[in-house]
Design a binder for this molecule. Structure first.
Ligand code: GLU
Length: 475
């Protein structure tokens, strides 16, 4: 049975958008193959832990709809799913690797390692461990261990030969063993490094396919050496492309928000985020840009994913999100906005205003951006209202319009518009110029939903009141 996992480290604010991408592909692949998708928390780098990060990561996966079958909070047949709860296991395997001759004790202290690095750097070499503890005699090792000299356990990488694997996306990848560093597997604090932890857990948790980001390719030969030394069956590997900024640099905070929390707060919909991410490096066979997660699960072909870094373009995501917003029935979207703003605005009112702005909305927060003046009186700036005109040029048409609409028996968009155009004609103004005065007087803004529909929604009393207040401001 297919078993896949994501293994995020709780070292950031939330899920990184790159991790969301990895999670999506793993999830889709698991569902496509009727397999299991699990999450394991890799929290062995204690210096980089961010408190609350694990909870946010788990919560975000649920919000995205990428429900996992096994995980630290829900358990599963291979629990625990948090590495800091599995420390004993790693130590045993590190020692096992020493026993089978695939790893060794290293007693070099920080100072020695620093000096080593300095010398290598001066010589223009890539810094790496010079393997001096490889040749320690058994007796020396026994003595040091007896005297509790701090140690790490390192992988004994073969000096010659190659380590190869066939990546499901990239084909065969070959590494020269001679270029691979003798990686630390177990740290002096008893914690495993990523390499030992990941291999041990992927094996024990019966992971069949390791689908992860490109940045882990160079770690894979080290992992393969561990699998082989312990006589474990190799899983399949697939390395996904890294998402890029529009200038093709690695996706980073400077160009794009990277934490999922930002997208959530801005009002991007989970289904839109997933749809957009699905398009990274993959194209729908019928070139569709909008499709459901179910459809993606059916159509995804892992080996068809392109490896040339796909560009994560916020404007494109905005477009996709806008499409998703407009696909929803108004009632449903109104409810969602009501919940999004923690019930701050009445749901009925939202539903009434929404049709006026939904075409322009790209994310849920646009609702407030575009409609805040419906809910609170605008602070009209008299200079903006005058915009280079004389007091009379603004006052006269506003007064005339007020006089006319005050007499209206019913409050309909068509009647209001008729009066508006009538005033412009009577005073020989261009419709557009007069409507701009009205718009600013009513909302404080130059860009708003359609003017007369806005008046209709605001109601007679409120419209009259606002226009009068604005008139008062230019007195
Ligand atoms: N802990 C690694 C990370 O932070 C996991 C990499 C992998 O999937 O092997 O992404």
């Amino acid at each position: 049975m297919v078993r896949v996992r994501i293994a995020p480290s709780p070292t950031g604010e939330d899920l990184h958008i790159g991790n969301v991408y990895t999670a999506l592909i793993n999830f889709a692949f698991a569902k496509q193959n009727k397999g299991k998708f699990l999450i394991r928390i890799e929290d062995t780098d204690r210096t980089r832990l961010v408190s609350g990060s694990e909870e946010r990561i788990l919560d975000s996966l649920c919000w995205l709809g990428l429900a996992y079958d096994e995980g630290p909070d829900i358990g599963g047949p291979y629990a625990p799913y948090r590495q800091s709860d599995r420390l004993k296991i790693y130590k045993n395997y590190a020692e096992e690797l020493v026993r089978v001759g695939a790893a060794y004790y290293c007693f070099c202290d920080t100072k020695t390692l620093e000096e080593m690095r300095e010398i290598q750097q001066k010589r223009g070499e890539v810094p790496r461990y010079d393997q001096r503890c490889r040749s320690l005699k058994n007796e020396e090792i026994r003595q040091k261990l007896k005297h509790k000299t701090p140690y790490v356990i390192r992988l004994k990488v073969p000096q010659a030969g190659q380590t190869k694997f066939t990546d499901l996306i990239r084909g065969e990848i070959t590494f020269e063993n001679g270029l691979i560093d003798d990686q630390v597997l177990l740290k002096s604090d008893g914690f495993p490094t990523y390499h030992l932890g990941v291999v041990t857990d992927d094996h024990l948790m019966k992971i069949t396919h390791i689908i992860r980001a490109e940045e882990w390719i160079s770690s894979t030969p080290k992992h393969i050496l561990i699998y082989k030394a312990l006589g474990w069956e190799l899983p399949f590997f697939a390395h996904l492309p890294l998402l890029r900024n529009p200038d093709h640099s690695k996706l980073s905070k400077r160009h794009n928000p990277v934490w999922l929390s930002w997208y959530r707060e801005q009002g991007y919909l989970p289904e839109a985020i997933l749809n957009y991410l699905a398009l990274m490096g993959w194209a729908h066979p019928e070139a569709k840009e909008i499709f459901t997660l179910e459809e993606f699960i059916k159509k995804l072909k892992l080996e068809k994913i392109q490896t040339t870094g796909p560009v994560f373009d916020l404007q494109k995501l905005d477009w996709v999100n806008g499409v998703y917003l407009r696909q929803k029935p108004i009632r449903q979207l109104a409810k969602q906005i009501f919940e999004f703003y923690l019930k701050k605005y009445p749901e009925e009112k939202i539903a009434q205003i929404l049709p006026l702005v939904v075409e322009r909305m790209k994310k849920l927060t646009d609702f407030e951006n575009f409609t805040d003046f419906f809910f609170k009186k605008p602070a009209v700036d008299p200079t903006l209202l005058l915009s280079g005109k004389t007091k009379e040029e603004v006052e006269t048409p506003l007064n005339l319009f007020l006089f006319k609409i005050d007499k209206l028996k019913s409050w309909k968009k068509q009647d209001l518009e008729k009066e508006g155009r009538g005033v412009a004609k009577e005073l020989s103004l261009k419709d557009g110029d007069f409507f701009m005065i009205l718009r600013i007087a009513l909302t404080g803004k130059t860009v708003t939903p359609p003017l007369f529909e806005t008046m209709k929604v605001l109601g007679k009393t409120e419209t009259l009141d606002r226009l009068q207040v604005s008139l008062g401001k230019i007195k």
